[in-house]
Design a protein around this ligand. Structure first.
Ligand SMILES: NC(=O)c1ccc[n+]([C@@H]2O[C@H](COP(=O)([O-])OP(=O)(O)OC[C@H]3O[C@@H](n4cnc5c(N)ncnc54)[C@H](OP(=O)(O)O)[C@@H]3O)[C@@H](O)[C@H]2O)c1
Length: 232
C-alpha cells in the first residue's frame, strides 16, 4: 500500500467516517487526509479522528491524489462543479453515491475525468464491508489500485466491467444489510411473542445471523446445502 497518497474526502457522514477510520486503522497518515463537510457535526467528528476538516473545497490544500465522494446522491449535482479543476488535473474521483452512473460525473465534471464508481455497504463501519467498483477508461492502472486499496481498508472489494450491473449490486449487497436487519427484528419479535425475554431474544437473533453468515463464508458447501442441514 502506498502511504504517500493525499486523500480529499467530500462528505463525512456515516460512510465517510467509516472510511476515514478504516484508512487510519491501516496506518495512513492523518495529515494526508482532508475532509470537506459543511455540516459542523460531521466536520467535528472528522477532527476527533485527527484529520483536517473544512466546510468548503476552497479551504483545502493541494496536492490531492484522489477525491472520495461520500455525499448523498441528491447533493452531487450541486457539489461537483467546484471539483472541475481537480478533475481536469487528472485527479481520480471515487464516488460511493448510490444510483449515479459514471456518465453523470463525466457530464457534470466535463472533459475526460477519471471516475471510479463504488457501491459499498454499511458493514464498512466495522471493516467488514463489501464494495464493488467500476471504472471508466480514463482511470490509470495506478488509480485502479489506489481506489481498490482505499475500499479494501474497510472490507472486501470486487470489480465489475459492466457498469450496468451496479444497480443489481446496489440491490444485493448495498441494500442487503437492511433485509438482514429486518430479519433480526422479525426474529426478536417472534421470540418475544412466544415468551422469551427481549435481551435473550436479541442475543439469539443477532448471534444466529452473525454465526450463520460466518459459517456460510467459510463452509465449502452451498448455502442451499447448509439450509438442508438444518431443515432435514
Ligand atoms: N448508508 C449506506 O448503507 C450506503 C451504502 C452504500 C452507499 N452509500 C452512499 O454513501 C453516500 C453517503 O451516505 P451516508 O449515509 O454517509 O450519508 P450522510 O450520513 O448524510 O453523509 C453525507 C454528508 O455529506 C455532507 N455534505 C452535504 N453537502 C456537502 C458538500 N457540499 N460537501 C461535502 N459534504 C457535504 C452532509 O451534510 P448534511 O447532512 O448537512 O447535508 C453529510 O454530513 C451516499 O451517496 C450513499 O448513497 C450509502
Amino acid at each position: 500500500m502506498r502511504k504517500d497518497i493525499n486523500i480529499l474526502l467530500a462528505g463525512c457522514g456515516n460512510m465517510g467516517r467509516a472510511l476515514v477510520k478504516g484508512w487510519l486503522a491501516e496506518g495512513r497518515d492523518p495529515k494526508r487526509i482532508q475532509v470537506v463537510d459543511p455540516n459542523s457535526e460531521a466536520a467535528s467528528a472528522a477532527r476527533d479522528l485527527h484529520v483536517k476538516a473544512v466546510a468548503s473545497l476552497s479551504e483545502t490544500q493541494v496536492p490531492v491524489d484522489v477525491v472520495v465522494l461520500a455525499v448523498k446522491p441528491q447533493q452531487l449535482e450541486a457539489v461537483l462543479p467546484a471539483y472541475r479543476e481537480l478533475a481536469a488535473a487528472g485527479v481520480v474521483f471515487l464516488s460511493i453515491a448510490a444510483g449515479k452512473p459514471i456518465e453523470f460525473y463525466e457530464r457534470v465534471l466535463g472533459g475526460e475525468p477519471a471516475i471510479v464508481r463504488g457501491m459499498p455497504n454499511v458493514p464498512v463501519a466495522i471493516g467488514q464491508g463489501m464494495t464493488v467498483l467500476s471504472a471508466n477508461g480514463a482511470v490509470t492502472a495506478d488509480q485502479h489500485a489506489l481506489c481498490e486499496a482505499l475500499m479494501a481498508a474497510v472490507g472486501d472489494v470486487a470489480w465489475l466491467t459492466d457498469e450496468q450491473l451496479m444497480d443489481a449490486v446496489t440491490a444485493v449487497s448495498g441494500s442487503g444489510p437492511a433485509y438482514v436487519f429486518l430479519l433480526i427484528e422479525c426474529l426478536i419479535d417472534a421470540a418475544v411473542s412466544v415468551g422469551l425475554e427481549r435481551d435473550l431474544a436479541r442475543q439469539l437473533a443477532e448471534k444466529t445471523v452473525a454465526g450463520a453468515g460466518a459459517y456460510a463464508l467459510v463452509s465449502e458447501h452451498e448455502p442451499s446445502e447448509l439450509r438442508r442441514q438444518v431443515t432435514s
